[in-house]
Design a protein around this ligand. Structure first.
Ligand SMILES: N[C@@H](CCC(=O)N[C@@H](CSC=O)C(=O)NCC(=O)O)C(=O)O
Length: 279
């Protein structure tokens, strides 16, 4: 992996890398924050999955996560949201909610998406193997994300509970099989058989995992979020949480919308939550 940027912040380093992804068949960029403690030894990492239209730079520049991560000794691993490059197919109409910037953290099975849109495997396998081989990171991981990335964090964390100490999400799409953003993405990447969609739906996963050990979960949702009623539908997850006894903390935050101002307000809480589970 090739270092493209290196900035000192809160005693740590904000880094940007480029690498040739074997899983996505394209060149990818991702960002990393290494806390000061990484100069002394290996540190645990929180993976952050961003939402629709984002690259790795939205979270790095807008969330203000570095100060708390530096204090807590947490690395932040911040991937892009889809494969990139001229060879990668995009939504034919250039829509923001499918194709580039909207990989939905699934492994596509349909043409023409299959060759590049393998974001689930990229996040679960290729990226951790890469960064853990080259950076001072332990194998202690937590996962978090926003909106489409909140969906990704819940699904990936629930399906790989042995790999993540804790899971958190801001404004997640909790039931993508039932909402417009999710239906468009899942039908496009996975085809029309809705049975194939279920393993990428956090509400179904929580129900199916009832009685099994899962990582601690924290969800924050603003009640003034413009996407809450049509796309995010937190109540489905709350009901599944209750029925399954999963014990997720699901907090409605009065007055907050879908923006990075909301994330910036509560990111420290989320990092403290992860730090308490990683140690
Ligand atoms: N362009 C769309 C919505 C774009 C949007 O709000 N993206 C969110 C994530 S939404 C769910 O995944 C985001 O994080 N944007 C980047 C940012 O820096 O704010 C529209 O305008 O409706």
């Amino acid at each position: 992996m090739e270092l493209k940027d290196d900035k000192k912040v809160f005693g740590g380093r904000q880094l940007r890398y480029e690498h040739a992804s074997q899983v996505l068949n394209c060149t990818m960029q991702f960002s990393v924050f290494l806390p000061p403690q990484a100069e002394q030894g290996k540190v645990p990492a929180v993976y952050w999955l961003s939402g629709l239209t984002c690259t790795d730079e939205n979270f790095s520049s807008k969330a203000g996560a570095q100060r708390a991560a530096a204090e807590l000794g947490l690395a932040l691993i911040i991937p892009d949201t889809s494969p990139r490059g001229d060879d990668v197919p995009d939504d034919p109409e250039g829509a923001y909610d499918f194709g580039k910037g909207a990989g939905f953290y699934v492994n596509a099975t349909q043409e023409p998406w299959r060759r590049h849109y393998q974001m689930y495997d990229y996040i679960v396998k290729e990226l951790p193997e890469l960064v853990e081989a080259h950076l001072p990171l332990s194998e202690d991981r937590a996962i978090s994300g926003h909106s489409m990335g909140g969906h990704g964090a819940l699904v990936i964390g629930l399906r790989n509970s042995e790999r993540y100490a804790s899971i958190s999400a801001f404004s997640p799409i909790v039931h993508p099989t039932q909402v417009p953003w999710g239906k468009k993405a899942l039908s496009g990447y996975l085809g029309s058989d809705e049975q194939q969609w279920r393993s990428y739906d956090a509400t179904y996963l929580l129900e199916e995992l009832a009685g099994q050990a899962i990582p601690p979960i924290l969800v924050d949702q603003g009640d003034a979020d413009q996407f809450l009623k049509e796309q995010l539908c937190t109540e489905f997850f709350r009901e599944a949480n209750k029925a399954s006894g999963a014990g997720a903390q699901i907090r409605m935050q009065p007055g907050y919308d879908h923006s990075y101002y909301f994330i910036a307000t509560f990111i420290e809480d989320h990092l403290r939550f992860h730090a308490s589970n990683l140690r």
